[in-house]
Design a binder for this molecule. Structure first.
Ligand code: BMA
Length: 305
């Protein structure tokens, strides 16, 4: 590809800041799940106050940029597997429900847990879905693949996929992508939000870091029927910490996404900056589809050679 795909920051960033009036979100608001319904963009954001326990807050917007939030968290630690916090939610709308995969943090470690809601505000817990292992960065695909549910997860340091018939029991675990030593994502990678369905493949934004521990976002296109087939993985990142609120915060040099929406021919990718604020960056559908063109020409070159 001649010009690498890159996300363009919204000029009004950051779009959500810690609140000085609510104790539970006075320190950091970041790594939000995103959902769209009836023209409204809803954000389920991770928040920390002085007690450092992560809770989830809810905010809503008509334009996807200016958000109003609720005064109280909508999801807070309750079970033993999340006693230290509920972190990094990813939400997928399936069969009339919003399903949220999130990280439950406790003395046991980090667990992938599932909950569901009709409205993103009232939640019903469904428990830990990958029991007995430290894992995080899980995201459900928005459609079934060959009659089964699919999710990304992360077994250190790789990005994995697993399948399920009931969303509770997960099997057929396989590696999708590994870190690329020497590159920006050379040490560890994990999913961003749920992948976007396109005719050309699953458009997948993911995070990673290399030796310098700078968290950037990257992009790949995965085969629709078998996402372990990576049709194209761009060498360059699509977003790296450059703005002050991405370089300085609770954890320096981090851009970390848990979701986005497709709106008016654009992908809006929401992300936490330096584990402290929320921001958004965009890429047009046409630009993103250049990945598919690049994948096709690589196949053609391979066949010719
Ligand atoms: C990861 C997660 C994210 C966080 C990132 C950078 O392990 O904890 O929530 O944004 O580290 O600190």
């Amino acid at each position: 590809m001649s010009t690498p795909l890159a996300l363009t920051r919204y000029a009004g960033n950051p779009i959500l800041l810690p609140s000085l009036v609510n104790d539970w979100e006075s320190d950091n608001v970041f790594n939000a799940a995103i959902a769209e319904r009836d023209g409204l963009v809803m954000m389920l954001y991770r928040a920390q106050g002085l007690d450092r326990r992560s809770r989830l807050g809810w905010a809503v917007s008509t334009d996807g940029m200016r958000f109003n939030r609720l005064k109280d968290p909508v999801f807070a630690p309750k079970e033993d597997y999340e006693e230290f916090g509920v972190e990094d939610p990813r939400v997928t709308y399936l069969d009339g429900w919003y399903y949220m995969l999130y990280t439950g943090f406790s003395s046991q470690g980090t667990r992938v847990a599932l909950a569901r809601s009709r409205n993103l505000i009232d939640w019903e817990r469904m428990g830990v879905v990958l029991p007995g292992e430290d894992n995080k960065d899980a995201a459900l695909f928005p459609r079934q693949i060959n009659g089964r549910y699919a999710m990304f997860h992360r077994r250190m340091p790789d990005l994995w996929i697993a399948y399920s018939d009931d969303l509770l029991h997960w099997t057929d675990h396989q590696i999708v992508m590994r870190p690329r030593p020497g590159l920006w994502d050379g040490v560890r990678i994990g999913a961003g939000g749920p992948p976007f369905y396109t005719d050309a493949g699953w458009l997948t934004f993911y995070h990673g870091f290399g030796e310098s521990r700078v968290y950037c976002l990257g992009v790949a296109l995965l085969d629709l029927d078998d996402p372990t087939i990576v049709l194209k993985r761009q060498e360059e990142p699509v977003l790296c910490p450059r703005a002050p609120w991405e370089q300085v915060g609770d954890v320096p040099n981090v851009v970390f996404s848990c979701g986005g929406v497709e709106r008016d021919g654009e992908y809006l990718i929401y992300y936490g900056g330096a584990d402290h604020i929320m921001a958004v960056a965009t890429v047009t559908r046409g630009q993103a589809m250049a990945l598919a063109t690049a994948a096709r020409s690589e196949v053609a070159e391979f066949i010719e050679s």
